[in-house]
Ligand binder design. Sequence first.
Ligand SMILES: NC(=O)C1=CN([C@@H]2O[C@H](COP(=O)(O)OP(=O)(O)OC[C@H]3O[C@@H](n4cnc5c(N)ncnc54)[C@H](O)[C@@H]3O)[C@@H](O)[C@H]2O)C=CC1
Ligand SMILES: O=C(O)[C@H]1O[C@H](OP(=O)(O)OP(=O)(O)OC[C@H]2O[C@@H](n3ccc(=O)[nH]c3=O)[C@H](O)[C@@H]2O)[C@H](O)[C@@H](O)[C@@H]1O
Length: 433
Amino acid sequence: MNIVVVGTGYVGLVTGVALAHIGHRVTCVDVDKEKVDCLRQGISPIYEPGIEPFMKENMDAGRLFFTTDGASAFREADVIYVAVGTPENEDGFADLTYLKQAVKDIAAAVTKDVIVVTKSTVPIGTNHEMKRMFAELAPHVRIEVVSNPEFLREGSAIHDTFHGDRIVIGADDERAASVVADIHRPFGIPIFHTDIRSAEMIKYASNAFLATKISFINEIANICEKVGADIEQVAAGMGMDARIGSSFLRAGIGYGGSCFPKDTKALAKIAANIDHHFELLKAVIEVNNKQQRKLIEKAKERFGRLAGKRVALLGLSFKPNTDDMREAASLVVARELLAEQATVVAYDPIAMGKAAHVLPKEVIYADRVEQALERADAAMILTEWDEFRQLDLSVYVKQMKTPIIFDGRNCYALDDVKTYAIEYYSIGRKSVK
Ligand SMILES: NC(=O)C1=CN([C@@H]2O[C@H](COP(=O)(O)OP(=O)(O)OC[C@H]3O[C@@H](n4cnc5c(N)ncnc54)[C@H](O)[C@@H]3O)[C@@H](O)[C@H]2O)C=CC1
Ligand SMILES: O=C(O)[C@H]1O[C@H](OP(=O)(O)OP(=O)(O)OC[C@H]2O[C@@H](n3ccc(=O)[nH]c3=O)[C@H](O)[C@@H]2O)[C@H](O)[C@@H](O)[C@@H]1O
């Protein structure tokens, strides 16, 4: 099958490489020339574990190509996957500018019938709007539109693509649905066939539900702190109930990333547009906004004023194993610390390059974790990188002016911390003083 993937971001690149790996001829198209130049040299513009060798293997096998020339690629395509960004608009709704441009580009180029598969997360009704646009802009060919939302996580994107829980295919046309199902069958993942609108909703509902789990466990953690219970124990005990499930019960400083924040807001907006006030989801968002500030609150309680304090920020990306800074808690924490006139020294094993573009310019960057901790009055752990989890706790004692840790990701066992002269504040657990 001759497949084209539009957009070479986290979703497009991983989808393209995976489809090439199972034997298709895949051309990935992006409007960003720099990205395409990089990709052609076998260099991934994003940090995603395992992606580069995987790319190279399929490029060398003559199955994977990268281009900015969408028109030529579209003309040859049997199936076109659309994986462009659908970021948040000013009013919280999904911005469909890139998607609509991709539709126009495809419509202007195709000369034969083709199936367009939407991987991008799009509001309910968007695939039908795309179909309408295709009918208007390219009446000479038949373009079927299939919704195939993506559920991969950054940092484990390749694993998720080959070991996902389900592949959702939303289609009006049975033939198009079966072509897309055949493409995906080699992954050996259960395929769920449904209508287009339900497929679009499955994506938003799934992300909103996972975000709800996180805000729920964070609220329980906040209560645990006040009643003397331990959130790690509580989550473990809850998770043993198969109806609840043990995943997504890690308390912390809230969810970030390119999708939960934008997709929860978009779903609330989709609901509001039809006069449904999604109170539960609004509370999930509100709880998350507060939770991202939790360590600042704790530090203020401990120090009173933060002015003049030197604070080491450990971890800048929104989660480990990615360099993605979109909606990372570090953005909120760094800004607030600087507003309180603290000095911020930051370290991240992978994301510092990207962080420097989006964090305030006053942030100082350290080359190593030890350097970030040097002479610090406090350390704040924002991302649970293995490097921090495995760090010998004596390093905090040795390097810091005062070894006071505010751990937003519960990286250390309380019993371990207690064996050092460390003051330790984490989420939903007793403080160690
Ligand atoms: N990042 C993630 O983990 C996941 C993202 N999604 C959804 O997938 C979609 C893509 O997300 P990401 O991969 O993170 O986006 P991204 O922002 O990393 O990449 C999008 C790419 O599309 C390119 N692009 C934009 N307009 C184009 C056009 N007309 N022609 C060709 N290329 C074009 C951009 O240059 C960029 O390289 C979004 O709707 C997102 O909500 C869904 C599941 C997971
Ligand atoms: O639509 C998307 O883009 C993707 O969004 C999430 O994936 P991702 O954002 O890459 O990462 P997650 O592992 O879900 O983490 C999201 C955020 O939640 C936080 N989180 C996660 C789990 C948890 O128990 N507690 C918690 O605070 C993480 O620290 C992170 O900030 C979903 O897990 C994917 O299924 C989905 O495809």
